[in-house]
Design a protein around this ligand. Structure first.
Ligand code: PGA
Length: 244
């Protein structure tokens, strides 16, 4: 079974109720036929977005099911308002909040227990790439961040080079291919259905480079930040993935 294709949008800390008009536009103008589509908006918008009938996800969750953790959200609470997925270990969480691989793995277990698909992010910094450490960094993040209970049904992996996020810079197709081949190999070796786990690329995916990215072996979709905010940008990316 080939991995399912997924176009995932990460709205980060952008958007208010008025932004839901973009979802109406997306559903009206760009009906996805050949791939799954997911938007991960700020938590404040999850319930209203899910009610529109589009797959919706959180951007983080706590490892615990409930308790005295001011400002945090439990995986069950995301599920309760209609989320089906949650992004975990995004580089902005790793940088801004010091999240470690072990914490990402614990959050992923919580997501799985709540019935959410964990979209687990990995990626090297520019200094690590310059030092020739990219494949070692990705292998270590995969080993540490993806929990033993991961399956192709409950886990998606996103390769997001930190230096490509929000910068307009993207790796070459060969550089993406090299990392995705490594991820495919490691996940296949570790998990019974690891070969079927969807592998996304993320980092400055735009309408203009989407088709090239989706032609790379073992790239099953994208995690899209800035270009997911507007239907006019995200729609063509969905179309490119559907056609890939
Ligand atoms: P970008 O962000 O598409 O704006 O580069 C990607 C991400 O951080 O998921």
């Amino acid at each position: 079974m080939a991995p399912r294709k997924l176009a995932a949008g990460n709205w980060k800390m952008n958007g208010t109720l008025a932004s839901l008009a973009e979802i109406d536009r997306l559903l009206a103008d760009h009906p996805a036929s050949g791939c799954d589509v997911l938007i991960c908006p700020p938590a404040t918008l999850i319930q209203a977005m899910a009610a529109k009938g589009i797959a919706t996800g959180g951007q983080d969750c706590h490892a615990k099911a409930s308790g005295a953790h001011t400002g945090d959200i439990a995986a069950q609470q995301l599920k309760d308002v209609g989320a089906s997925h949650v992004i975990l270990g995004h580089s902005e969480r790793r940088t801004d909040h010091g999240e470690t691989d072990a914490q990402v793995a614990a959050k992923s277990v919580a997501a799985h227990e709540a019935g959410l698909v964990a979209v687990i992010c990995v990626g090297e910094t520019e200094a690590q790439r310059d030092a020739g450490e990219t494949l070692d960094v990705i292998a270590a993040q995969l080993a540490g961040s993806v929990p033993d209970g991961a399956t192709a049904a409950n886990t998606v992996i996103a390769y997001e080079p930190v230096w490509a996020i929000g910068t307009g810079r993207t790796p070459t197709s060969d550089q993406i291919a090299e990392v995705h081949a490594l991820m495919h190999e490691r996940l296949s070796a570790r998990f019974a259905d690891g070969a079927d786990m969807a592998l996304l690329y993320g980092g400055s995916v735009k309408p203009g480079n989407a088709a090239e990215v989706f032609a790379i072996p073992h790239v099953n979709g994208a995690l899209v930040g800035g270009a997911s905010l507007k239907a006019a940008d995200f729609g063509p990316i969905i179309a490119a993935l559907s056609a890939a």
